[in-house]
Design a protein around this ligand. Structure first.
Ligand code: PLP
Length: 394
C-alpha cells in the first residue's frame, strides 16, 4: 500500500469517530448569487444564515465596481503588500476606511482570521497577558495562542470578573480583546464598562467588529461608534466579507498602529495582497453603508418582525438589535432535526452545536438581511411553526 492509502485509513478512523459523536460536518453548495432567496442543491430556498446583512453581496453597484477595477487594474496584486502588491485601490480603501471609522488610519488584511491572528500576535509576546471573553471568535483565540501571551479567559461579558482578573494578573503589557457583536449569540459587548476598565488598569483594548460593521452605529461603523467610543478604543478590527459584501478585513486605529503592523504583523507581511477588484467592491460598499442608512433601518425592521414572530410562536429567542437571532433549541439532535425540516420547508438556517457553542445550548443561528421581503420572512415563520411542532420544541 502507498502513502496515500495509509493516510486515508488514518483519517477515516478519525472521521468515523466524529460521525459517531454526531459532530460530522459537510459542505452545502449554493448555485446562485447570495440573495434573499438562493438555489441550494437544485431547490429555491429562503437564505437565513448568511452574513450578507445589507444585501450588498449581490448588489449591481458592487458588481460594477469590481468589473471596472478588473478592466483598469487586472485580476491580481501578485505580490505581498511590502513588495509590489500595494496598488492605488489598497491605499484608497484604507483612507476611506479610516474616514468611515473616524480613525487616523486603517490597514487592510486578507481576511478577518488573518487580521486577528496577525494583530494579536504582533502586539503581544510571552511576557504579556491577554484577557479574552469566553465567547470570542476562534480567530481571536488562535491569535492569542500564537502570541504566546498568557491567556486569561473571563466569563461572558462579566465585568466584575474582568476587573478582579485585571487586579490579579500582571504582565509586561496587557490587552483586553472582545467581539463587539458575538458571532453565535448576536449580543453586544459592554464596551463602555470595558473602556473604563482598560483605562483604569492600563490595558490595551481591541474590538472585533466583524458583525458590527455596517449594522450598528449612526453611520454603520460598528459597535464602537454605537457607544460613541471611537476615541477610546485604540484597536478596531473588522471584516469586508460580511455586511460589506466582499472579502477581506481591516484594522482601524492610529497612524503608529498602522506603521507598526506593516512592520510586524506576519499575516500581513507574508501573504499576497488582495486583488484590486476586492478593494473596489469594499470601497463601494463603504460608500453605500455611509450614504444609505435606510438599508440599516430596513434590516432592523426585518429583525424586529422576525423576532416578534418567532417569540409569538413560542421559540426561545434573544436579540439585542443586531442581525443575528439565536433560536436556542438545547439538545444537538433536535437542533439538527429542526435545521433539516426547515430546509425541507424551504428555509436555509444553520444549526450550530458544540464545539462551536457550549453543550446544551445548541441553536439555530438565524440571520436577517435588509433585502428580505416580508413574504420571505412570513414563509420562514410558517416553516418554523411546522418544523417546531413536528420536532416538539414549541
Ligand atoms: C467571521 C469572523 C471573523 C473572520 O473573518 P473572515 O474575514 O471571515 O476571516 C473574525 N471575527 C469574527 C467575530 C467573525 O465573525
Amino acid at each position: 500500500m502507498g502513502l496515500t492509502e495509509d493516510l486515508d485509513i488514518l483519517l477515516s478512523r478519525e472521521l468515523e469517530a466524529i460521525k459517531a459523536a454526531g459532530r460530522y460536518r459537510f459542505l452545502r453548495t449554493i448555485e446562485t448569487a447570495q440573495s434573499p432567496r438562493v438555489v441550494l442543491d437544485g431547490r429555491e430556498v429562503v437564505l437565513m444564515c448568511s452574513n450578507n446583512y445589507l444585501g450588498l453581496a449581490d448588489h449591481p453597484r458592487l458588481r460594477r465596481a469590481a468589473k471596472e477595477a478588473i478592466d483598469r487594474y487586472g485580476t491580481g496584486a501578485v505580490a505581498s503588500r511590502l513588495v509590489s502588491g500595494t496598488m492605488t485601490l489598497h491605499e484608497e480603501l484604507e483612507a476611506a476606511l479610516a474616514r468611515f471609522k473616524g480613525t487616523q488610519a486603517a490597514l487592510v488584511f486578507n481576511c478577518g482570521y488573518m487580521a486577528n491572528v496577525g494583530i494579536i500576535s504582533s502586539l503581544l509576546g510571552p511576557e504579556d497577558v491577554v484577557f479574552s471573553d469566553e465567547l470570542n471568535h476562534a480567530s481571536i483565540i488562535d491569535g492569542c495562542r500564537l502570541s504566546q501571551a498568557r491567556v486569561v479567559v473571563f466569563p461572558h461579558k462579566d465585568m466584575n470578573a474582568l476587573e478582579a482578573l485585571l487586579k490579579r494578573e500582571k504582565g509586561r503589557r496587557r490587552m483586553i480583546v472582545v467581539d463587539g457583536v458575538f458571532s453565535m449569540d448576536g449580543d453586544i459587548a459592554p464596551l463602555p464598562d470595558m473602556v473604563e476598565l482598560a483605562e483604569d488598569y492600563g490595558a490595551l483594548l481591541m474590538v472585533d467588529e466583524a458583525h458590527g460593521t455596517g449594522v450598528l452605529g449612526e453611520r454603520g461603523a460598528g459597535t464602537v461608534e454605537h457607544f460613541g467610543l471611537t476615541d477610546r478604543v485604540p484597536i478596531q478590527m473588522g471584516t469586508l466579507g460580511k455586511a460589506l459584501g466582499g472579502f477581506g478585513a481591516y484594522v482601524a486605529g492610529s497612524d503608529v498602529l498602522r506603521e507598526y503592523l506593516i512592520n510586524r504583523a506576519r499575516s500581513f507581511i507574508f501573504t499576497t495582497a488582495l486583488p484590486p477588484a476586492d478593494m473596489a467592491m469594499a470601497l463601494e460598499a463603504v460608500r453605500m453603508v455611509w450614504e444609505e442608512p435606510q438599508r440599516r433601518r430596513r434590516l432592523h425592521q426585518n429583525v424586529v418582525y422576525l423576532v416578534d414572530g418567532l417569540k409569538s410562536l413560542g421559540f426561545q429567542v434573544t436579540n439585542q438589535g443586531t442581525a443575528i437571532i439565536p433560536v436556542i433549541i438545547g439538545p444537538e439532535d433536535k437542533t439538527m432535526d429542526m435545521s433539516t425540516k426547515l430546509l425541507e420547508y424551504g428555509v436555509f438556517v444553520a444549526g450550530i452545536r458544540p464545539p462551536t457553542v457550549p453543550p446544551g445550548t445548541s441553536r439555530l443561528r438565524v440571520t436577517v438581511m435588509a433585502t428580505h421581503a416580508q413574504e420571505d420572512l412570513d414563509e420562514a415563520l410558517e416553516a418554523f411553526e411546522r418544523a417546531g411542532k413536528e420536532v416538539g420544541v414549541i
